[in-house]
Design a protein around this ligand. Structure first.
Ligand code: 3PY
Ligand code: MG
Length: 258
């Protein structure tokens, strides 16, 4: 589903990071109109069961659920794919050899080593129309394997990473790039590294996404060719709304007192 969205014409698809293991918040975010979400197990304390519940709710609401996995391991990531995740974002893919090794785990033989889990949710509990052949087809063609480019080394090896057959898309992470490059977030050094990385992906014909702050960045990254864009996260939206509510109340109170 996410793979099809990436290939469709038109403006980039818009998503947000999900960090809160709450079905209520999932329904609120899911109803807001996002095309996809990235359930974040790298930086949020989500259990495998939490991820499973979020994948079910978002997919039933027609919002493609991707999972940012914790590291380069197979175990939990495989369980997310068998739970029906639309794809995985793999953090800190440093070079092409690493990209090849990590993505092979998420491709079925002979291309890779992913295990058969037809009796899981991705196989509709063993009842998927088309049987195991369809489970394997969907695991190859519908699942998006996305490498996160967020280190100096990865930017330097990007052309080779983009040529790895298991890499379906790349996501440029400005936050970690800023740390890796030793330059402040939002500085020209980081901005240019993101721009050059987007350009390399566009030239290679590999769908590329990033996270943006504000409308100007959204427009710029879209013009540069991003196919998927992340705006904020559930924690930030709640914190922002809460702060605005208090701010407005305090302002109204001080206006009344004057
Ligand atoms: C980064 O910017 O480092 C990310 O992982 C995405 O926000
Ligand atoms: Mg990062």
């Amino acid at each position: 589903m996410f793979q099809q969205l990436l290939k469709s014409a038109g403006p980039p698809v818009v998503g947000t990071f999900v960090k809160i293991p709450s079905l209520e918040i999932a329904e609120i975010i899911g109803a807001a109109g996002f095309d996809f979400v990235v359930i974040d197990t790298e930086h949020a304390l989500l259990s495998v069961r939490d991820v499973y519940s979020l994948v079910v709710v978002y997919s039933r609401m027609g919002v493609a659920p991707l999972v940012r996995i914790t590291d380069h391991g197979y175990g939990d990531a495989q369980r997310y794919l068998d739970a029906g995740a639309a794809g995985v974002l793999v953090p800190h893919v440093s070079n092409a050899a690493q990209a090849e090794a990590v993505m092979r785990q998420f491709l079925f033989p002979p291309a890779g080593t992913r295990g058969m889990g037809f009796a899981a949710r991705a196989g509709l509990w063993g009842g998927l129309d088309g049987g195991t052949a369809e489970y394997v087809r969907a695991g190859h063609e519908d699942v998006a394997r996305i490498a996160m480019i967020e280190e100096r080394e990865a930017v330097e090896d990007l052309d080779a990473i983009l040529a790895v057959s298991g890499v379906d898309a790349v996501f440029i992470g400005p936050g970690d790039l800023s740390l890796s490059l030793g330059a402040p977030g939002g500085s020209p050094v980081v901005h240019d590294a993101v721009t050059r990385s987007i350009g390399a992906a566009v030239r290679a014909g590999v769908p590329v996404g990033t996270v943006v702050q504000g409308d100007d960045q959204l427009r710029l990254r879209t013009e540069q060719g991003c196919r998927f864009i992340l705006v904020g996260n559930d924690t930030g939206m709640i914190s922002g709304a809460a702060r605005r509510a208090v701010g407005q109340a305090r302002e109204a109170l001080s206006a009344g007192i004057r």
